[in-house]
Design a protein around this ligand. Structure first.
Ligand code: V47
Length: 378
């Protein structure tokens, strides 16, 4: 029996809605049917019912800062506007002292997380990254270091000829707290060959996260949508993530990422400019429904705009990504969103949606603030 207040315009959703209400796992075919449906309000209603079961009206956010130590990259991914060849205009690499200075700049709101990702630099030794983490940890001991995508970890393994596990162990010793979810893109090999030919494949991406989980670290997962992928590719991607999560339970959150076309080779291959609000909300809702073993779904406001991210809180998302401060990957690709949002602004977006703001650290533990101190409740 479906609840009376659920109105299904698209009757093909009836069996899926019954499964969701009974807490049953959805299949590959169900996932494709969800993507094919244009009954966005029904998808949102269903995803919101799952979200409310898990988190009621609580909406998480964190105060973080992104640091991109270099944009120099040996890969030439068609999806990317951020990477540069070493001699190209705009190429930069931060000296360690510069990265430490930037980390502490405008310290108006004590951050609880540094989110650190960068290009695959041809000349920087692995020790640069170890020293970066160690130096940040020494200077900012209370800040969680969420650093290096699986693609970067795979690259460090390649340049050092050390196994992935050894790379993770050394970075963990230097202060690594968890891995961000970037570089996943779309796992389907045929799509990957076009959009990010030089990147590690799905197998290695999943292996890096599996090994990080086995070493006791958490991580996040992403999916890049809105380019040449099909509904089936997206569902396959989500179910591969769900499969690993069944085994390790190490993923904290899933973040759907909307492709931004400007200054990218891939942008020239697609007909549209940007994804639509409809598509953004549909991806949030479908992710919430398929990823039944992921505790959180994040609406990354930088990518979907604060306006759509706020609405996404009613379509399955329970987390707004943080204050960010300076963002390069999306802004190089044409994002018109601001680069920083204050705690106050994030709280307003959440309250206006009728939700309760909950400041978290990277591991979703509550953060308590006074005028002069920040403490994480362990
Ligand atoms: O891996 C690159 C994507 C990712 C473009 O883990 C692009 O909490 C759109 O992973 N258009 C990096 N997307 C960002 C990322 C992320 C962001 C926020 C939170 C977390 C988390 C992770 O951005 C890349 C790639 O998938 N990306 N270029 C582009 N033109």
């Amino acid at each position: 029996m479906l609840p009376k207040n659920l109105y299904l315009d698209d009757r093909t959703l009836v069996p899926i809605a019954e499964k969701v209400m009974a807490g049953e796992r959805l299949s590959f075919e169900d996932g494709v049917a969800l993507y094919r449906s244009n009954d966005l309000l029904a998808l949102g209603w269903l995803a919101n019912s799952v979200r409310e079961k898990l988190h009621a009206k609580r909406t998480y956010f964190n105060v973080n800062r992104h640091i991109n130590p270099t944009n120099v990259c040996v890969a030439s991914c068609k999806l990317c506007a951020f990477g540069r060849k070493p001699e190209a205009p705009g190429a930069y690499t931060m000296a360690l002292e510069e990265a430490f200075r930037i980390a502490g700049e405008n310290w108006t709101e004590a951050v609880t997380e540094f989110h650190i990702v960068g290009g695959l630099h041809p000349d920087l030794p692995f020790d640069y990254y170890v020293d970066l983490l160690r130096g940040l940890k020494q200077r900012f001991p209370s800040v969680h270091l969420k650093a290096f995508t699986a693609v970067e970890i795979g690259y460090y393994s390649h340049i050092t000829q050390l196994p992935i596990r050894e790379i993770l162990v050394r970075l963990k010793e230097a202060g690594l707290g968890s891995l961000p979810g970037g570089g996943a893109e779309i796992f389907a090999p045929a799509v990957r060959r076009v959009i990010c030919d030089h990147k590690i494949g799905a197998h290695t991406w999943l292996k890096v996260h599996r090994q990080a989980h086995e070493l006791g670290m958490h991580s996040t997962a992403t999916m890049l949508y809105g380019h040449i992928e099909s509904d089936e590719d997206r569902v396959d991607h989500l179910l591969q993530l769900r499969g690993l999560q069944d085994q390790t339970h190490g993923f904290l959150t899933f973040i759907p990422l909307a492709f931004h076309t400007a200054n990218t080779e891939l942008g020239k291959m697609v007909e549209h400019r940007e994804t639509t609000g409809f598509m953004d909300l549909k991806n949030v809702a479908v992710a919430r429904l398929l990823l039944d073993n992921f505790p959180h779904i994040k609406a990354y406001w930088i990518m979907m705009t604060p306006r759509v991210a706020q609405v996404a809180l009613k379509f399955g998302a329970d987390d707004l990504d943080g204050t960010v401060v300076e963002e390069k990957i999306y802004h190089d690709a044409g994002a018109a969103t601001p680069q920083v949002m204050t705690r106050k602004e994030i709280i307003r977006l959440i309250r206006e949606a009728g939700h309760e703001p909950f400041e978290r650290d990277t591991l979703y533990r509550p953060v308590q603030r006074t005028e002069t101190s920040v403490t994480v409740q362990v």
